[in-house]
Unconditional design. Structure first.
Length: 313
């Protein structure tokens, strides 16, 4: 090691280190308290899912499972109604009248969420492209109408939407799930702002080369919209995954229930069987995991999309 290197290292070591700022740490205290308030319900959900029935009924409650058990998911000692009250049917032992039980409800939620997310983003991107990169007549009026629809509470359109879906014969079907969820005004607004930051010269050059409008949208616009689409995919997917009121209104068959509706029926069972609380918590935990995984998968694109959406050309 050379003398110059030793001198430089000694100089670095002698640099004054920043002392912890007590005022700054105190300013973060509300943030820590807010995080605790948000996380405590999730912690309670997780520990309750792994508690036994006697421990769930204990008063005062315990904040750590003393005898962790997976009986809330599947209890091999459950003998049926009227059996041992300390053993209740787990998540995967319920809904015997539905083929697949809990997994069928998970499939319904997953399928509807994926289809609505993909189709709504494609439709919104096409609408945004038409309103920003083409000379379509009336595009500004259409954009104003779309923005105005965001100011109307969705509860106002609930009954008209139900009557329309009922007249079209789409109640109690996957179409009743999917078709009304394809129109996303906020997604169109977001993509319009994003597309305005993309130079028009790219589209003009493609038109000069003879590309059709469909080809420009598919080959040029969609790849450029990837960060914004990823950001919007999080909002759309989470909204559809947690959709409760609309499926509750239009669905009659148990086989078509999504997870929120199935969980609401499970929560009603707690009134007659308090020992089923652990089962409800286990089902809620299983329903929450996909959303957490999905967010962390797209977190990077989400932040990038939000940042770039404010850039103007």
């Amino acid at each position: 090691m050379s003398v110059a290197t030793v001198i430089e290292a000694d100089r670095v070591d002698k640099k004054p280190r920043k002392r912890p700022n007590l005022l700054g740490e105190l300013a973060r205290l509300p943030l820590y308290l807010w995080a605790a308030v948000v996380l405590i319900p999730f912690w309670w959900m997780i520990i309750a899912a792994f508690k036994t029935v006697p421990e769930l009924m204990r008063n005062p409650p315990t904040f750590f499972p003393q005898s962790p058990s997976a009986d809330s998911f599947y209890d091999p000692e459950y003998t049926g109604p009227g059996g041992d009250p300390d053993h209740v049917a787990g998540v995967f032992q319920r809904w015997d009248d539905v083929a697949g039980g809990f997994l069928r409800f998970a499939f319904n939620s997953f399928m509807v969420t994926v289809v609505v997310t993909v189709l709504s983003l494609l439709i919104a991107s096409l609408a945004a492209y038409m309103m920003t990169k083409t000379a379509a007549p009336g595009r500004r009026i259409i954009f104003v109408v779309i923005i105005s629809s965001m100011m109307i509470p969705w509860q106002v359109s609930l009954i008209p939407n139900y009557l329309l879906v009922s007249d079209l014969g789409m109640t109690d079907s996957y179409l009743g799930y999917i078709v009304p969820g394809l129109a996303k005004a906020f997604v169109v607004f977001f993509l319009v702002q994003y597309l305005r930051s993309i130079p028009d010269d790219l589209v003009h050059a493609a038109r000069v080369d003879g590309a059709s409008e469909w080809r420009i949208w598919w080959k040029i616009i969609l790849p450029l919209l990837r960060p914004a689409l990823a950001a919007m995919a999080i909002f759309v997917a989470l909204a559809e995954w947690n959709n409760f009121l609309w499926p509750l209104i239009i669905i009659r068959s148990d086989e078509l229930f999504n997870l929120p509706v199935a969980l609401s029926n499970l929560n009603n069972a707690i009134v007659s069987s308090p020992g089923s609380m652990g089962v409800a918590m286990a089902a809620s935990m299983l329903a929450t995991l996909p959303t957490v995984v999905f967010f962390f998968m797209f977190q990077k694109h989400f932040i990038k999309g939000i940042a770039l959406s404010g850039i103007k050309a």
